[in-house]
Ligand binder design. Structure first.
Ligand code: IMP
Ligand code: MG
Length: 178
């Protein structure tokens, strides 16, 4: 199905599952090369990154741990700019290499907040792995180390990303149709 309806919006297929999985596998292989002896702690940012993290971690083969935090900043189609922490971090990151696993870096406001909190908690090395990046929407000076795919500044759903809570279960990415 190439066009779908979620609530009041129509979306059309823009990135098929096969391309997604190939791009995610490449990120996993880069991480294996870079972090082989670093015993990294992966921090998956819920809800959106659950599917990316699941597939990514199937390729990551270095000794590592994975944990989860939960944040929320979106309200429908637009970022509210206010990032709420709903589930915090339980593990110590002192002296540790951490990899933040995100669904998308859009304005970068969420990531900036996560990075400053991890720095304050004493992480020695912080890397960012994001499934998607919208380079044209970036408003913060943050370093993103691993990007599976770069996309235009349009609203998308699928592969973990939602419109008002729906669409996270789609295995492909769909873009909103104006
Ligand atoms: P930022 O703080 O503006 O970078 O937004 C980051 C968060 O907004 C992401 O983790 C997503 O949950 C959400 N987000 C950004 N763009 C989209 C989109 O196109 N569709 C669905 N969620 C999005
Ligand atoms: Mg998110």
């Amino acid at each position: 199905m190439n066009t779908i309806q979620i609530k009041d919006k129509k979306f059309s297929l823009s990135i098929p599952e096969s391309e997604i999985l190939e791009a995610v596998r490449k990120v996993g292989e880069e991480i294996n090369r870079d972090l082989a002896h670093k015993n990294p702690l992966f921090i998956c940012v819920l809800n959106g990154a659950f599917m990316f993290a699941g597939d990514l971690m199937k390729t990551v083969s270095v000794p590592c741990e994975i944990t989860f935090i939960k944040l929320s900043s979106y309200d429908g189609l637009y970022t509210s700019g206010v990032v709420k922490e709903i589930i915090g971090l339980n593990e110590s990151v002192v002296g540790r290499t951490v990899v933040v696993v995100e669904d998308i870096v859009d304005t970068g406001i969420t990531m900036e907040r996560i990075l400053s909190s991890l720095r304050a908690k004493g992480a020695s090395e912080i890397r960012v792995a994001t499934f998607l990046q919208k380079p044209d929407a970036l408003q913060r000076d943050i370093q993103v180390d691993y990007v599976a795919m770069k996309i235009p500044n349009d609203f998308i759903v699928g592969y973990g990303l939602d419109y008002d809570g729906y669409g996270r279960n789609l295995k492909d990415i769909y873009t909103v149709v104006e």
